[in-house]
Design a protein around this ligand. Structure first.
Ligand code: HEM
Length: 413
C-alpha cells in the first residue's frame, strides 16, 4: 500500500492499521514530510536515517523528557501522590538523564553487560528456553503463544536472575511491568494507564526496597548487590537511584527483547526461505539477529525534548517541544539499505539504529542479541510444523513495536 502526501498530513501512528503495520506510513513520512509536525500528538516525527542518527547524538535533543512533564503536569495540588511518586522513579532512570548524571549511572553498570560478561550466562539461557519449550509442548494443544509462554517468561527470568530476584517472587513481575509499560510507552487511547502505572510502580518499588534491605545484610553475586556496594562503599549513587535502576533493568531488560523474539519468529515464519537458511547455518545467527532488529525491531520511536531551538530540513523545532525519532523508519530508509522491505538474513548491512546510537546506545544490546539468537533458533527447531494462523495482538503504543500475544499453530505431536 502506498500512501500519499495528503495521508501524511493526517498521519496517525496509533490508528489500528498503523499499529498492525507502521511501515507504509513511515515510508510515506520519510518521502513526503521527513520532519513532520503532528497536531494529534503535538510533537515532531523524524523519520530519515541521517536525521535520526544525527539527532540521537545531538545534546540539543535532550533525553530528560520526564522533568518537563512533571513540572507541567504533576506539580498541582490535585495530582495523585502515587502518580507523582511513579514519575519520581522514572526521573532517576539513566535513559531519561543527560550528563553528568547519565555518565555516572551508566559507568556503574557498563561492565556487567559487555558481550563477555553476558556470554557467561549462555548455558543458563539455553536451559531456560528448553524448559519453557518442554512445558509449552507438554501441555498439548495445537497452538503456542510465543509471547506469553516463551519470550516473556524467558527474558523476564534472565534479567531477574541477573539482578538477584528469587524465582519464587518472579510471578508478580508480568503484572507490574505491564502496568508500568502504560507509563513509559504511553497509549493515548487509554485513560486508566496512569492509575494502573502508579500502582504497578508502587508495588515493584516496595518489593525492591525489601530486597535491597535484605541484600544489604547478605550480599550475593548479583547486580543488585553490586549497586548496593557502589552506594555504600563509594557513595556513587543514592538509595533512590539503586531502586530506580533496579526497576529500569527489570523493565528494559525484558519488555523489548520479548518483542524482538516475537517479531523475529514471525519474520522467519513469513519468509520460509530465510528460515531454511537460518536452520542450515548456525554461523548466520549473528547477521540474522541484526536483520530481525532492522526489519521489525522493537524501537518504533525514541522520544526527546528540544533543549534549544533547532532548524532541521527547513522546520523549526522549538525549545521544549517533543520529538519522536524513529529507528524503525530509519532502518527501512532506501538511501541506506538496498531493498529495505526485504527480509534477508545474509545482508551485509553496516550500521542500523535498532538499539539507538550515541551515549544512550542500548546498555543491554549484547544480552538482547544473545537471548534472541538462542530463543529464535530453539523455537524454530523445536516447534513441530509451526504455522502462522492469526495476526499477533499488537500493543497500541507509539514508542514500541510491541506484541501482547502471538499464537502460532503447531502440528499435533
Ligand atoms: C531487543 C531488545 C532491545 C532493544 C530493541 C532496546 C532498545 C534500546 C534503545 C533504542 C535504547 C536507547 C534509548 C534512547 O536513546 O533514549 C535503549 C537503551 C537502554 N536499554 Fe535497551 N533495548 C533492548 C534490550 C535491552 C536489555 C536486554 C536491557 C537490559 C539491561 C536493556 C537496557 C537498556 C538500558 C539500561 C538503556 C539506557 C541506556 C542509557 O541511557 O545509557 N535494553 N535500549
Amino acid at each position: 500500500m502506498t500512501l500519499t502526501a495528503t495521508d501524511v498530513a493526517h498521519a496517525d501512528l496509533l490508528s489500528p492499521a498503523a499499529v498492525a503495520d507502521p511501515y507504509p506510513m513511515l515510508a510515506a513520512m520519510r518521502e513526503h514530510d521527513p520532519v513532520h509536525w503532528s497536531e494529534r500528538f503535538r510533537s515532531w516525527f523524524v523519520t530519515r536515517f541521517d536525521d535520526v542518527d544525527a539527532a540521537l547524538r545531538d545534546a540539543r535533543f535532550s533525553s530528560d523528557r520526564i522533568t518537563p512533564y512533571r513540572q507541567a503536569k504533576l506539580e498541582g495540588p490535585d495530582t495523585d501522590p502515587g502518580l507523582r511518586a511513579a514519575f519520581g522513579v522514572l526521573e532517576e532512570w539513566m535513559v531519561f538523564k543527560d550528563p553528568p548524571d547519565h555518565t555516572r549511572l551508566r559507568r556503574l553498570l557498563s561492565r556487567s553487560f559487555t558481550p563477555r560478561a553476558v556470554g557467561r550466562i549462555r548455558p543458563r539461557i539455553e536451559e531456560l528456553v528448553d524448559e519453557l519449550l518442554d512445558t509449552a509442548l507438554g501441555r498439548g494443544g495445537d497452538r503456542i503463544d510465543v509471547i506469553g509462554e516463551l519470550a516473556y517468561p524467558l527474558t523476564a527470568s534472565v534479567i531477574a536472575e541477573m539482578l538477584g530476584v528469587p524465582r519464587s517472587d518472579q510471578q508478580h513481575f508480568k503484572e507490574w511491568s505491564d502496568q508500568i509499560t502504560g507509563l513509559v510507552f504511553g497509549g493515548m487511547a487509554d485513560s486508566g494507564r496512569h492509575d494502573r502505572g502508579s500502582r504497578g510502580m508502587a508495588e515493584l518499588t516496595g518489593y525492591l526496597t525489601d530486597l535491597v534491605a535484605q541484600r544489604g545484610r547478605e550480599p550475593a553475586d548479583d547486580l543488585l548487590s553490586g549497586l548496593i556496594a557502589a552506594r555504600d562503599e563509594h557513595d556513587a549513587l543514592t538509595h533512590d537511584e539503586v531502586i530506580a535502576t533496579g526497576v529500569l533493568l527489570l523493565f528494559a531488560g525484558h519488555e523489548t527483547t520479548t518483542n524482538l523474539i516475537g517479531c523475529g519468529v514471525r519474520a522467519m515464519l513469513r519468509h520460509p526461505d530465510q528460515a531454511a537458511l537460518f536452520a542450515a547455518d548456525p554461523d548466520l545467527t549473528g547477521s540474522a539477529v541484526e536483520e530481525m532488529l532492522r526489519f521489525d525491531g522493537p524501537a518504533k520511536t525514541v522520544a526527546r525534548v528540544m533543549a534549544e531551538d533547532v532548524e532541521l530540513r527547513g522546520r523549526l523545532l522549538r525549545r521544549g517541544q517533543r520529538v519522536f525519532l524513529s529507528p524503525s523508519s530509519a532502518n527501512r530508509d532506501p538511501e541506506v539499505f538496498a531493498d529495505p522491505d526485504r527480509f534477508d538474513i545474509t545482508r551485509q548491512q553496516g550500521r542500523q539504529l535498532g538499539f539507538g546510537i550515541g551515549m544512550h546506545y542500548c546498555l543491554g544490546a549484547p544480552l538482547a542479541r544473545l537471548e534472541t539468537g538462542i530463543a529464535v533458533r530453539r523455537i524454530l527447531e523445536r516447534l513441530p510444523g509451526p504455522a502462522l494462523v492469526e495476526e499477533p495482538s499488537w500493543a497500541p503504543v507509539l514508542l514500541s513495536r510491541g506484541m501482547e500475544s502471538f499464537p502460532v499453530r503447531i502440528a499435533a505431536s
